[in-house]
Design a protein around this ligand. Structure first.
Ligand SMILES: Cc1ncc(COP(=O)(O)O)c(C=O)c1O
Length: 391
């Protein structure tokens, strides 16, 4: 007998993983080369050459203790380098090594942050559409997810956000560029959003944390500067991952950084470090701590993403879909022709085209297409995409 909540989550299933599993079956039956699988944000691009070279050098000339436990917050020199990068790029001015906790990716970072700040029954506001694991991440720590819809343009609706925050609100999770909408939030809006959290925190007599989950901040297609929401809030926490920027999703490496202006930064970092240990992560993979610390300015080649994005946008427009061009990420989130996501996804599947229904992201009436795939798969998808006007 398993726990009731896990039973419910199993039964609900993540549509993404479900579609991915189905995709594997379809590939076994029809040949992988015949299935256009746009389900998972699991990049097929190789990591940048410098990452692989650095990995080779570290393995060939291992630093002392390479394979041992590291401190729970990460190796001091790695934390220092990450902080210097955050300060130097202006992403988090004033950051020092003591503000950084190295984690096993962004999902671990979000869980560590929630574990450190939530008391049972505390509420965490999630902006829809959201990364599908957020509600479970919140519940992992006795929290209550509170959904709030964004506007038609997928930008946060500040009035709705303010109304959703109450006495029990402990945190708001913000993710931009957003998975699945691709939307990058303007700096002015982020400042106002941070002000609202600060105001609510003052009214509540305890801070409302802003957890900024930003694994896509380097994967962008416009000239607009990326600003971390964590920068604008005294109680800001930045969750970052190298899964997407360096195509290292399987290696589980990322970090949390605490806003240097946070009055309780030291205690918070100690809490995060403890949470990293007691959640069972113990420490981020030591080998990859060494690698990423030497590759902080690196980003995967964005040219294939630009090309896939343009081709799919063109195909969607040509076939009558309504879609906002994503400013970042490697996802497209068009409206579902006819409005029935599940029916549409099934119809696409009959053509061996795999998509994810919008309900998975808390935003029904849409479809997600992940284009972190190869050119052949994009060719197939362009060919197989049903005409939105019916064909
Ligand atoms: C918004 C968002 N957060 C977190 C994650 C998980 O990232 P990681 O592999 O670093 O745990 C993803 C992965 O798709 C994501 O899209």
């Amino acid at each position: 007998m398993i726990a009731r909540e896990i039973r419910r989550l199993l039964d609900d299933g993540s549509a993404i993983r479900r579609m991915w599993t189905l995709g594997r079956k379809l590939k076994a039956a029809h040949g992988a080369e015949n299935v256009a699988d746009l389900t998972l944000g699991n990049p097929v691009l190789p990591p940048p050459p410098k990452v692989l070279e650095t990995l080779g050098e570290i393995v060939a000339h291992p630093p002392p203790g390479l394979h041992r436990y590291t401190p729970n917050a990460g190796l001091p020199e790695v934390r220092e380098r990450i902080a210097a990068h955050l300060h130097g790029t202006g992403l988090l001015p004033g950051a020092e090594g003591g503000h950084v906790v190295v984690t096993g990716g962004a999902s671990a970072a979000v869980n560590v942050a929630l574990r450190a700040v939530l008391d049972p029954g505390d509420e965490v506001v999630l902006l829809a559409p959201w990364f599908p694991d957020y509600p479970a991440h919140v519940m992992n720590h006795g929290g209550v997810p509170v959904p709030v819809s964004t506007g038609e343009d997928f930008l946060p609706d500040l009035e709705a956000l303010y109304l959703a925050m109450g006495r029990k609100t402990r945190a708001v999770i913000v993710n931009h560029p957003n998975n699945p909408s691709g939307r990058q939030y303007p700096a002015g809006l982020l400042r106002k959003l941070a002000d609202l959290l600060a105001e609510r925190g003052r009214e509540n007599g305890r801070p409302v944390y802003l957890i900024s989950d930003e694994p896509y901040r380097e994967i962008r297609y416009t000239a607009d500067r990326f600003e971390s929401p964590a920068r604008f809030h005294e109680h800001g926490l930045m969750a970052y991952s190298f899964s997407k920027s360096l195509s290292l999703a399987g290696e589980r490496i990322g970090y949390l950084a605490v806003q240097p202006a946070c009055p309780d930064a030291d205690e918070l970092v100690r809490a995060l470090s403890l949470a990293n240990r007691i959640l069972g992560f113990t420490n981020a993979p030591a080998l990859w701590q060494h690698v990423v610390a030497r590759c902080l300015g690196e980003v995967v080649d964005l040219a294939p993403y630009r090309s896939h994005r343009s081709r799919l946008l063109e195909a969607l427009a040509g076939k009558g879909y309504e879609v906002l061009p994503p400013e970042g990420t490697f996802y497209l989130f068009p409206r579902t022709p006819g409005g029935d996501d599940e029916a549409f996804v099934r119809r696409a599947m009959e053509r061996l085209l795999l998509l994810v229904p919008g309900g998975t992201f808390g935003r029904p009436g849409h479809l997600r297409l992940a284009f972190c795939t190869d050119e052949h798969t994009v060719d197939l998808a362009v060919e197989r995409l049903p005409d939105a006007r019916g064909d």
